[in-house]
Design a protein around this ligand. Sequence first.
Ligand code: HEC
Length: 138
Amino acid sequence: MRKILHIYIVAFCLWSCSESHADREALIEEALQELEEQEETDEEEEEETSLMYYSSEISSLLDLHCVSCHSNANATSSLSLEGYQNAKTSFDTGTSLERIQSTTNPMPPAYKTPLSVDEIAKLIKWQNDGFLETDPNL
Ligand code: HEC
């Protein structure tokens, strides 16, 4: 991106050689500053969306796909995925992450709507981010 902009700037400088040197320098300065600002806001935006929290997305995802069979009151196979601690334990030290990705023995069971690629990616990201519970910015 930066390289392309540089090429444009150089081309522009060659083309507009009638303009005074100082004017051109000011223009280049302005363009570079704009680019830097753009990069800064890009970074800020990325940081805001870069962590996966249980309370933001994981809780509702598990409620939708798992808790009907794995709740505290109805813990099929002695597994409850209700609440942060239970969910974290099963995804951290249990087999939930393998089962949601299994083709031979999937969870939820094959007769249910499977998780989408996007939902599986969220759960993997939750693991990679360290099973965070609540977004401190909310
Ligand atoms: C329709 C009911 C149903 C739903 C929905 C469901 N499960 Fe299950 N789950 C079962 C049953 C029945 C078993 C026991 C048989 C087996 O292991 O296949 C089981 C077993 C498991 C086990 C193995 C537990 C153990 O150690 O014995 C895991 C892990 C699991 N489920 C995770 C999940 C996750 C994660 C979801 C949601 C993405 C989910 N399940 C959704 C019915 C369900």
